[in-house]
Design a protein around this ligand. Sequence first.
Ligand code: PLP
Length: 273
Amino acid sequence: MKIWLDGALRDSESARVSVFDHGLTVGDGIFETVKAVDGRPFALTRHLDRLTLSARGLGLPDPDLDEVRRACAAVLEANPVPLGRLRLTYTGGHGPLGSDRGDKGPTLVVALGGTTRRPDTTAVVTVPWTRNERGALTGLKTTSYAENVVALARAHEHGATEALFGNTVGQLCEGTGSNVFVVLDGEIHTPPLHSGCLAGITRHLVAEWTGAKETDLPLDVLRDADEIFLTSTLRDVQAVHRVDERELSAAPGPVTAKAMRIFDERSAADIDP
Ligand code: PLP
């Protein structure tokens, strides 16, 4: 497999990042996961905008977006797959232990992984840990993902594929790698960004295309919601059929099924060439 590192395509077997890269030693890095269908990245400009925002949030230099675009194109061309995920990783670079930042400039890696079309429904669990809606990293897509790894392991222990977090004031926030929507009396709602959730690109498109409202929602809305669904780059729109012990009859419900249809139709067009 060919990946992009330090300005060139390289063989993934021999490509090397320093053991002193700050992405490794202190998690000082950001990333994007971009779906690629038939060699074309989906919504790439939106992902690059968010990469830049995340870089600024961490105080990293702005990524060179021309290079990132070239890297994506080169990796996709070198590894043709019908459906894949581009992983863009951008770190503080390498430098001596204890230094604030790498002294050789940031590291950019673009690699391609596989993915499959998501099942229509899934089970989720809630976790007792909270998202901090006022943290320094809130809303940034950083490589400091260990909390999500722990939460996701909890989900897997319970036969679920996603764990949902509330925030420190008891509101529904997001999943480890997805945004959450609920249907109440036929209306679609999703937590606002001030809940601490990531500004998901799928969340944004789904909200725009379905008219979903941003609403502060207590975590226990999950006990009463008529329907629940998740959105993310790799899940698209995915209905929830079980949350903790609660089974939701007939998932996907009618509102979710419509949102799935709208998303599939509209996202098939190249929204962001
Ligand atoms: N929330 C978190 C924490 C995520 O990591 C992700 C994506 O990885 C999402 C939400 C969904 O965002 P997107 O739709 O841009 O994939």
